[in-house]
Design a protein around this ligand. Structure first.
Ligand code: SF4
Length: 209
């Protein structure tokens, strides 16, 4: 099937990566519109529907524009769920321009893409992810929501190699969620689970997009 002539895009901007192991690095973000899930704690609900159809040319031009404002080699494809649309062509075009590409996905959809960094963030209630991701992911992020518990962390830890960190990310940096994350980290340590870490959403600390 030919790739779609346009992609629906919510926003393109330069900022600092606030999540995961790439936290703190200048990054260009392409936020794709749409998601196949509807998490109640979603902090990007505006990306479920709001966006405009953009041609490949327009997307690349906008990326180059925001790069002038805050130079970076990294482009993060995020959402919504960036894999909800066919992004093969976009990835190919970004690669031609020698960008490094990160994809932030909920893990329920897989496309065979030449990307440098998959951040996989399985979501409740079932925390399902496609079987390719344990080999592809550079990190797993779990939002410390009301649903997250030690059994889920244990299952995810068992299904991804120990070398891939499992990051417990508080829900919008809220106090109750940070406290729960700390408790879960302590329990994980007592269970002997390796490479589990607590984290924060850095961009929310800095008050930037
Ligand atoms: S998967 Fe991510 S973008 Fe989609 S609803 Fe859940 S938190 Fe929001």
């Amino acid at each position: 099937m030919p790739p779609p002539p346009t992609l629906k895009i919510t926003e393109i901007f330069s900022s600092i990566q606030g999540e995961g192991l790439r936290q703190g690095e200048p990054t260009l973000f392409i936020r794709l519109t749409g998601c196949n899930l509807q998490c109640d704690f979603c902090d990007t609900q505006y990306a479920w529907l709001e966006g405009e159809e953009m041609s490949m040319e327009d997307i690349l031009e906008k990326v180059e524009g925001v790069r002038e404002d805050f130079p970076s080699q990294w482009v993060c494809l995020t959402g919504g769920e960036p894999l909800f649309q066919d992004i093969k062509k976009l990835v190919e075009e970004l690669k031609k321009k020698e960008y490094k590409i990160q994809v932030e996905t909920n893990g329920t959809i897989y496309q065979n893409l030449d990307v440098d960094w998959y951040s996989v963030s399985p979501k409740p209630p079932d925390y399902f992810f496609q079987p390719e991701y344990p080999k592809k992911a550079k990190e797993v992020k779990l939002v410390v929501s009301k649903e997250l518990n030690l059994d889920v962390i244990q299952r995810i830890r068992n299904e991804f190699p120990d070398t891939i960190p499992v990051l417990l990310q508080p829900e919008s940096n809220q106090k109750w969620s940070k406290e729960k994350g700390e408790r879960l980290l302590r329990k994980s340590a007592h269970q002997g689970l390796k490479n589990i870490k607590v984290t924060l959403q850095l961009h929310k600390v800095y008050g930037i997009p």
